[in-house]
Design a protein around this ligand. Structure first.
Ligand SMILES: [Zn+2]
Length: 90
């Protein structure tokens, strides 16, 4: 059974607008497809990981790609950092 509640977010970044069939656009679409499958917490963390990878400006970039608010993404980034520190040893 498929849950088709949410609609896939369409990225509004420049590369997607200019080259909707190129690799970048496909990647952004893939991200949004994965996001559909995740619950709110995991969505936030997944996007947080991606934003961390991009480093500076990552939050606003990911906000554009995923449609999540920057606040949500920053929260995700912080949660990841937090959980990294809390990893049980052994
Ligand atoms: Zn895009």
């Amino acid at each position: 059974m498929k849950k088709a509640k949410r609609k896939i977010h369409r990225c509004t970044c420049k590369s997607c607008a200019k080259h909707p069939y190129e690799k970048t656009a496909q990647q952004h679409q893939a991200i949004n497809r994965v996001l559909l499958e995740l619950n709110e917490r995991n969505r936030r963390r997944f996007v947080g990981v991606l934003a961390n990878e991009k480093g500076r400006g990552g939050t606003s970039q990911l906000a554009e790609i995923t449609g999540l608010s920057p606040t949500t993404i920053v929260r995700g980034r912080k949660e990841i950092e937090h959980s990294n520190k809390k990893l049980p040893s052994g």
